[in-house]
Design a protein around this ligand. Sequence first.
Ligand code: B3K
Ligand code: ZN
Length: 878
Amino acid sequence: MRTENAPVIRLEDYEPSPFLIDRVDLDVRLHPTATRVTAALALRPNPHGRAEAPLVLDGDEVNLKGLSLDGQPLPAEAFVASPKGLTIARPPQQPFTLTIETEINPTANTKLMGLYRSNGNYCTQCEADGFRRITYFLDRPDVLAVYTTRIEADRDEAPVLLGNGNPVEAGIIEGTNRHYAVWHDPHPKPSYLFALVGGKLGKVGKSFTTMSGRNVDLGVYVEPGKEDRADYALDALERSMRWDERVFGREYDLDVFNIVAVSDFNMGAMENKGLNIFNDKYVLASSETATDTDYANIEAIIAHEYFHNWSGNRVTCRDWFQLCLKEGLTVFRDQEFSSDERSRAVHRISEVKVLRSRQFSEDAGPLAHPVRPTQYSEINNFYTATVYEKGAEVIRMLKTIIGDADFRRGMDLYFDRCDGTAATVEDFLGAFAEVTGRDLSHFSRWYAQSGTPRVTVKGDYDPKAQTYTLSFKQETPSTPGQNQKSPMVIPVALGLVAEDGKPIDAACNRVDENGVFIFEKGEDSLTFTNVTSRPVPSLFRGFSAPVKISFDLPDSDLLSLLRHDSDAFNRWQATQSLAMRILVRLSKGETVGQEEFDNLARALRAFVESDGEKDPAFAALVLSLPSESDIAQELASNIDPDAIHTARLTLRQRIGQECAAPLQGLLQSLATSGRYSPDAKSAGRRALRNVALGVIADADKALGEKLAREQFNAATNMTDQLASLSVLATIPGQAREDALAAFETQYKDEPLVLDKWFTLQAMIPESETLERVKMLMGHKAFSLSNPNRVRALVGSFSMLNQSQFNRADGAGYDLLADVVLRVDELNPQLSARLLTAFSAWRMMENTRRARAQNTLLRIRQKPDLSRDASDIVQRTLD
Ligand code: B3K
Ligand code: ZN
């Protein structure tokens, strides 16, 4: 059992570094088990730092082999070194060069932080604190240096050598089998943006001309033989670069931009300057191996990492508390890019689904924290939905409040003023306050206060006075460490819709020309005049604020919104709200009248008939019910996941019965022939057909099985093949097992496709799944050391299979605990991520709650549990 608690780092304790590093000259001699790194650091005391301070360099599992100061070896009594750090008690008080030689073992590095090997290739991951696993350093984001990197390796082992910045020199070392390359990055950067790659890689590339006419060589490097799967990523990169020029006026700033795909990676990708390193799942795509969703994710993540070049790299973060400054902003930018490239309404709905399922649940549980946290013990646990997704919503609200033109002016000022610096949220908001003349201090509460505000609305129509009044009240629940909450600035985009769909020409001077009312007090109300008939309010159009809304609109009003609202988001929301009303009551064991089922099912049928072909992607979303975890969140306590599962199935069956005929029609009319294209329009048609297939199968298993088998056998792309397989997976029997076996054989040499096969089986909502998952952990393609494999099988089981992970006998919790304890010894970031599946434990009914708590206590007992995992377990139990 751990005896000492990890130190807590607090925002209020921030101090500038006592030393700065202007230049870093690195010489890295790659070797599988004994890589030598020589780092020459040009240091100087920081004029804004504490004077006469010792020089304390961070380290993590590095072995010191040599140390000299201004060319002179440092005597042993002048420093203290351990694998965890290097301290020089009395460093010079003027500029000096410290040359450090270290040895590291990339093959033994299973944490996938620092320099490690993936399928034999060398690569790095330094954010947040991996550079200290390469050499001793001031490994903090506010120390910006210009890097020159010489990489040397065996020519056979690593024919390709890549670094940050521009290539300046390369050659072979005479008389040896070794070669080298030198890279220079002229842009000062923090150590977390350092990267190098050495290995056997194939390349696709093209030349890009920037808006000012400079040529940039773009390259995407992948495992040799997979080059044809990198074309889409390269195309997405080019489109991202053009978009950032057009929409934000941001131009690329080096001669090359490289992306490298690796198979072992802890997250999606990393924005290292000029050398992005990606999880290969987010680069490789072909119609036979990737789904439409994969293509959309690749496009979004390529864009996200590219956009970091300005929001993150040119302007970086002063400290890790400011993480949202780069992440929330960059998510917002990638969301806008995808909306422009695809359908804005459809994309917005997808963003909100992710926000609600991941962020709202985080904000309602033990791991809740503000968008800008004020303390952490392990920063890698703060790359969360709150920092990323809620962080993006905060930027979106700012834009809604100040308008498009001022938003762009503020962004320009922020980039220009903070270029080359490590900035704070205050610097960011300061730019917008300056261009608008507004006081944004009240708005800044969004960065400080955790929890999802709940806005309760009431509407009152006075036919005599022809007025309509909306009253608003807001409350934010208490969250860990925060009991007292203050009102937030909430932009409410709204409109009034007549029951018969005719526009309403009402007036209210507190609603701006874009239809936005700023709700910033605890309670407020609005009165519209000249309202000649009872209106139906459409509130929070486009989901204008990340809040929960309580508004008891009659079902008939929600149906009017589905039919008539000009806002696509609220049309979708209307069906979700109607479905949720039914699902909540069914889950609680309450009876729901036939009429209610019928009303929703018939409305959906009418919608499918009128809109299905018009906008298939949108229709696919309207037909998808809230997920089991969405329902659990709505119930919030005493949760029985089996009851939720049954409730959802019951409603799906009723909808399937009602809509079967038009949906079968759509299966025919939306069928596409010819070559697969991943564009949004074609993907939308496939999405609706595949949702239709699922709904048909819910109501009629035999028919569903027949149609799914036909589709499975005829499919010429992964989207259709996987969709039919997932329908088959929900129907126990030989057809399912045969299809699963056929898929396994077909893709036995495709790890990323087998991941889909793992996931699909882990999600089967039946009690045999537990044994199936255990068996699959023994599959030859499965490995506990590969994060994609672990997430595909065990992550999906615990996060996406609510009824089986939360089994009443606790066996699902035990399975996850056993995996976590083994993974923790290899890769703490991965074990910590898996552990977040427990964060809903307190909402469960008593039996499950007790079992989950015992399991968490068992995990906590483990000697040497990593800091990453203990941090999550501790906060989850607190
Ligand atoms: N900045 C990286 C995430 C790093 C995670 C470190 N544990 C990827 C991204 O958000 O773009
Ligand atoms: Zn990012």
